[in-house]
Design a protein around this ligand. Sequence first.
Ligand code: AGP
Length: 608
Amino acid sequence: MCGIVGFTGGRQAAPVLIDGLKRLEYRGYDSAGIAVADGGKIGVAKVKGYVKNLAELTHDGADIPGTMGVGHTRWATHGVPNDINAHPHLSCDGRFAVVHNGIIENYAQLREELTRQGYEFVSETDTEVIAHLLESVYAGDAKKAVMKAFSRLKGSYAIGILCTDGSGRIFAVREAGPLIIGLGVGENYFASDVSALVQHTKNVIYMEDGQFAELTPEDVTIFDSFGRPVERKVSRVTWDVEAAEKGGYEHFMLKEIMEQPATFKATVEPRVVDGEVVFENFSLTDEELHGINHIVITACGSAGYAGQVGRYVIEELCRMPVSVELASELRYRNPIIGEHTLLIVISQSGETADTIAAMRECKLRGARTLAIVNVVGSTISKLADNVIYTWAGPEIAVATTKGYTTQVAVLDMLAIYLAKRLGTIDGARYSHLVEELLGMPAKIQRALDLNKNIEELAESLSYHNDIYFIGRNLDYAVCLEGALKLKEISYIFAEAYAAGELKHGTIALVEEDSLVVAIACYEPLFEKTMSNIEEVKARGAKVLAVALEDNKKIFTKADEYLMVPRCEPIFTPIAEIIPLQLFAYYVARANGCDIDKPKNLAKSVTVE
Ligand code: AGP
């Protein structure tokens, strides 16, 4: 959940580190810091708050001399956000500086042990034990000290280490936390995310769990946990630095909302060849596929809500039971999953701790695994038997938008693909659906263009303290995501309810001027949803309807409305979510919220 960077080269390190931290800030933003070695001394600057505070403090790094260092942007786990708990943390002798993402599970035991040995702790963090541990095992060789310290740590983490033993080396250690090496010319880097590296190099190495790396300006060596060099697998990043910049938009979230016609197209088009859906590296044989009797989708947050859409579509087309399980629950539930289960794991980052744990649990029970992931080389993509990348490009805003719609795109394609292989779809319907899916980027664009008044409308409704989202079938699946979008960036209480459930309790909350967002695009159940609209209106609620643009009936009933272009019904959720994303964005903006950095959240939840 934190961002870490490291640099060693021939130029001043601090500006490079601060620039990297700015690009990683979406991973955590309660404090930031850097440590840079200059000769035998380590200079440290760290401060509570955003990276811009650190940049101000150091004049964009100009004040800190030295050509190798490490940096960190924090999402607090142990200890409140303040200057002292901010990383980097130093060993008592000032030889080591440490930055860390993740959790050291045995830190209490190590802290006690090191305190008994006389080491003095200044912070409340688990990270500080690493710095003192390194000092305690150091006997003249930094690499050996890293290896020894590594063997004592339990938990999931990515660590950056700066050592002033005169050899010009920095170290990166990975155990279940994302860490990537960037290979430059006369300089090398590491970071917890490619977005901090692409402005320098496109040649990267995705580190594996249980590895550590030694970086000098000229060379990078990767070792296993026993200190044996391992083969370096160099990959090439396929996107440019502009993809991770705002491109003139006020917020990354708005940019990413607007990108969706293009990202959807990038996900779908290359996978349709001569009218057929084709997936790269899809290894399930026909026999294995016909042996599958249950599909389980697991994920967290929005990825899980994309899975809810996928469930309706896969069940509809493949006539196979599908359940959607919260990864944080599934991992501890002793699930009934075996070799006849296909586990679909969905994750934008590919690094979500609960999702990884649930996936490992199901793999142990024999499930076949298929991952739908955006970040190339991420942990989930490596663990899965099959991976389908969403190819959405870097998603920086904490609230996912294009990540979600491209996940739904892959699930829709997968449903069509599986239906054909299982023989549950006829040729005409198959071709029709492929054609319609290819036409969805234009529908997304129309959904973006249709609601010209949305900013004004959102502003006028932004005073509500709680907002209820209701819908049925696919509309209900979209309600879940629409409500999450609103609450995470505007802090307004928003909850999604299956419209049919209203009378079973929730309607008790509805009163004069309550705002109910009624999604009513699913036509087979339209009249039922209309009845629910009548019911909440009868109790004084104001209704904001989300409806197909040619549906005249709803406009006579709703107080306000957002329009959605008519699409192939099973693909309508892709267009439906667009006005809801915009609505959440403009409500949050009207309320002055920090949209790209919502309070208490971080982009990638790499701790439990
Ligand atoms: C989405 O807006 C959220 N920030 C969050 O729910 C997210 O979808 C969830 O944490 C899962 O992340 P992942 O897709 O990277 O696994």
